[in-house]
Ligand binder design. Sequence first.
Ligand code: ADP
Ligand code: TPW
Ligand code: MG
Length: 583
Amino acid sequence: MAANAKGELGEATETDDARELTDGFHLLIDALKLNALDTIYGVPGIPITDFGRLAQASGMRVISFRHEQNAGNAAAIAGYLTGKPGLCLTVSAPGFLNGLTALANATTNCFPMILLSGSSEREIVDLQQGDYEEMDQLAIAKPLCKAAFRVLRAEDIGIGVARAIRAAVSGRPGGVYLDLPAKLFGQVMEAEAGAASLVKVIDPAPRQLPAPDAVERALEVLRSAERPLIILGKGAAYVQADDRVRELVERSGIPYLPMSMAKGLLPDDHPQSAGAARSLVLKESDVVVMVGARLNWLLSHGKGKSWGESGSKRFIQIDIEPTEMDSNVEIAAPLVGDIASCVEALLGGMGESWSPPPEEWTRRVSEKRETNLAKMAQRLGADTSPMDYHSALAALRTVVKERPDILLVNEGANTLDFARSIIDLYKPRKRLDVGTWGVMGIGMGAAVAAAIETGHPVLAIEGDSAFGFSGMEIETICRYDLPVCVVVFNNNGIYRGSETNPSGGGDVATTVFVKGSRYDLMMEAFGGRGAQATSRDELLEEVNRALDSGKPTLINAIIDENAGTESGRIGNLNPQSVVSRKS
Ligand code: ADP
Ligand code: TPW
Ligand code: MG
């Protein structure tokens, strides 16, 4: 069986009886390619350098990053955009740990991803004898992802990859860890037996049909509704059943609310969108249909003041994960299954003669929406100097409207919250943001993956703090010459740049950065284009020039350092001391 092939890697070696050999490196590549996984995001080093090299030689796209967390975030977004597990490749212990945050974040967001990590020698690690980059990675990964596997024998690589793929994309999608000890890569076996050991995963995310009685129950609840609402979450965007979801909304006539990353699933200017009447519909609806959205903190757990009278709502929830039901409030009609099948079943049950919701309700929602949109238009009309969030975002709103194919990446606090409400999206899966955790640092990883996976230009709207978490990857963007335009909303800090040290002297305040930082010069350092924008017109001109050129660009947009509020729009979650004492 497997001999160690150190020193002979990459070459077809002949045995005495002239039978062709393969090894762990090649088997892993072949297993991934067999399953149409052809792009890897990672950072090279022991023991996976040669793997990346051979993968590239085999025609796979191998995108090298400057930090594993960004590679991991790229893999997660690739998973979200394609429905196939995004691949991240890391070295042992520290590289693995750097990637692990992204794996946990992918799992939290229900994005399919596989973290492939090299690891040190089991015999030494398990006796804690101090191997190079020693760590029991499998044990550490397990609680932070959906599934974790280790492959010890070359002939098990095919099965290991198959298990990882199924675990990542079936049921509720999530992150999977695949532990690959250094020795595995060098194990040699006969090529024919190796090829036979590979597994092409058939139907990796099987349809899961809802039970007919559950469908009937849901329809009954829906028929009895006087003020129904549909909430579309990023699960509904992920499943790529865009036409069916749209049909459900349009045939039912029910107002809908898109969660952040579901914006654009139906165009944000759709007449049934209740995005601009959010408070009203949450408070006053009587039946809420959740489609691939969870009743977590982003929806105030489905209860409390923002949801109106307690006990007055009934929920219909479509989700593939049965235990999501009743997680926060009682679900009157759980519809467990895949979104496409559940929506299909509802449409079938509704028939052609479905009566739309009472006109009184839809009219109230539209009126509220028009009033709020008019208010917003007025605020967007004010061209302030220096720019505030509205002034700058008015320009970017126009850009996205004129270029509905571009992907929008967005993170920050005020920069996130204002951009989410001001910028309309017109197509599905165009908005990539901080997701369920509200995590900073997804920006450049998401931008790289968006460009690589879709081929469309990317506009990344980044708070200056948010940008700092992954900013070094602008070198990666330049290296691969990606059509990414980064706009840094530079307000000299976190939330506001105007705070001072409360002790009256000493260090600068904890939320403040170097004033007047020139993020644009960072991009120039790597051969991209840098520009500054101090006014809305300048910003508009620079962004359009960047997107027309398709060249890596960073625009340092100078934002009034007093314009933001602490924690953006989630200040209510931010505990503040009420005790006054002498320090
Ligand atoms: P948002 O943050 O937009 O509200 P969440 O991430 O909270 O969205 O919710 C997404 C939900 O979508 C998860 O509960 C997940 O189980 C569900 N989901 C993902 N894929 C499918 C699918 N194919 N069918 C049904 N539900 C799915
Ligand atoms: C991994 C906490 C939430 S928002 C934010 C931080 C540090 C930055 C806000 O400043 P920014 O935006 O980006 O300049 P703006 O427009 O308001 O000035 N670490 C992680 N995730 C989170 N969410 C934080 C810290 C945080
Ligand atoms: Mg800032």
